[in-house]
Design a protein around this ligand. Structure first.
Ligand code: CTP
Length: 420
């Protein structure tokens, strides 16, 4: 299912060069399954035409409070207008997203100004059912100005969801904070806004990807884990309201928005990172495919062929079992830290997952078939706990991660109460 299926978004544009990004955002929202109704201020009309926004949203654009047309949602009979666009436009909306929100528009919102359709509509929205999300966009000096910062703080206090700004080159030639987030970032934030905040207040630490164990400075052993599942879990946990630390082995995936990422190479690096970030963690999801063994001694120079045909012999030693160590810690044993293990198997999944859960001492173990899922965007999961087994059938990794995170939140709450 698409992320925003069934959602109706009123997309408001106020004046700013970032209006071009609103066109991309509109397209992205529609692609994600939302229906989009665009409302533009006069200033926005200076930057982008309503024709563009109508073509992208598939609906006529509204820009004047004197527009007599019937707005979608007003059941007046065909062709009958009521001059009530400021009311009718929001009554079926799941959210109003103002992107870009100029400094002037935010100041107007703050004071309850209502001399154009967009601000009038924001003022007239039902507070309990239609949240307002704004994406600021302005020059860095305007953004840094105490007046703007005061307005942002007050808008937040009024319950308006003010998104972050981006940083970098600005249309005016200056560089700094204040540019509007990119369309993909806005889409992420709008999607995350709708996610139930079942992990609010939690600190979730996730490991992901393979580890790399050096043989010499140019060679090493690793495995086929792509990190996609762990990264999707980190994203889903962040969407669910958690603070998330993602300890990632060597993979080249983009960091999910809002997630703190710590890059590591070897299993021992991963252990050091976990030692640093685990202190106040409340959930640990060990999705990394940690190498079981490493070369007993890595050469600090490249091992050369000497021309004799002699093949070097590698000897291995065992890496620490990170998950088992953390699951045995005092915080995990006393109910403050809920640990979830993974099992990547090639066969006999249920049997191995059950055995591994007992061996690692974790309340929940998630089994999957490694060769079928490594590098893929899809997976199927088998959740094994003390009582039995639950199956999450084949789906994309993000959908599975959202289900898994919701399930972990539910289990953690029960488990914490039982362990207290
Ligand atoms: N794990 C770990 N440290 C290790 C090995 C594994 O923390 N040194 C964690 C993995 O992140 C995963 C779980 O333990 O959550 C199971 O990993 P897996 O590789 O499936 O199992 P192993 O313990 O390595 O056992 P085996 O290789 O025999 O299947």
């Amino acid at each position: 299912m698409k992320d925003l299926a069934g959602k109706h978004i009123v997309l408001g544009l106020s004046g700013g060069i970032a209006c071009y990004k609103a066109a991309e955002l509109c397209r992205a929202l529609v692609k994600a399954g939302a229906t989009v109704q665009v409302v533009m201020t006069d200033a926005a009309l200076q930057f982008i035409t309503p024709v563009t926004m109508q073509a992208l949203s598939g609906r006529p654009v509204f820009s004047s409070q004197w527009d007599p047309r019937k707005a979608a949602g007003a059941d007046l009979g065909a062709g009958v207008g009521n001059n009530m666009a400021h009311i009718n436009l929001t009554r079926e909306a799941d959210a109003i997203v103002v992107a870009p929100a100029s400094a002037d528009f935010m100041s107007k919102l703050l004071h309850g100004g209502a001399d154009d359709l967009l601000s009038l509509m924001c003022l007239a929205r039902p507070l309990d059912t239609v949240p307002l999300i704004v994406a600021p966009a302005m020059n860095r000096e305007m953004w840094a100005n105490p007046a703007t910062q005061r307005n942002v703080a007050q808008l937040k206090a009024d319950g308006i969801h003010v998104l972050d700004v981006g940083q970098g080159d600005q249309a005016c030639g200056e560089v700094g904070d204040g540019r509007m987030l990119e369309a993909d970032e806005l889409l992420y934030d709008v999607t995350a806004f709708f996610a139930p905040k079942v992990m609010a207040g939690q600190h979730v630490v996730v490991t992901a990807g393979p580890t790399y164990e050096a043989i010499d400075p140019v060679r090493g052993i690793t495995n086929l884990s792509s990190g996609k599942m762990g990264f999707a879990i980190a994203r889903a946990a962040h969407e669910a309201g958690a603070r998330v630390t993602l300890v990632a082995g060597p993979v080249s995936l983009p960091t999910p928005r809002g997630v703190q990422r710590v890059d590591v190479k070897s299993a021992r690096n991963m252990q050091l990172a976990l030692d640093m970030y685990m202190d106040d963690a409340t959930v640990f999801v060990s999705a990394a495919a940690v190498a079981d063994w490493r070369p007993a001694s890595a050469s600090d120079q490249k091992i050369k062929k000497d021309g004799s045909g002699h093949v070097p012999t590698l000897t291995f030693c065992e890496n620490p079992d990170l998950l088992a160590g953390i699951a045995a810690s005092e915080r995990a044993q006393s109910g403050q830290l809920y640990c979830v293990g993974f099992a990547a198997e090639s066969h006999n999944l249920l049997h191995h997952a059950q055995t591994k859960r007992a061996r690692k001492g974790v309340p929940l173990l998630v089994g999957n078939i490694g060769p079928a899922t490594f590098g893929q965007d899809h997976n199927a999961l088998l959740l094994v706990d003390e009582e039995g087994v639950v199956e999450f059938p084949h789906a994309d990794k993000l959908s599975l991660s959202r289900l898994l995170v919701a399930d972990i939140a539910r289990r953690r709450a029960i488990w914490t109460t039982a362990s207290a």
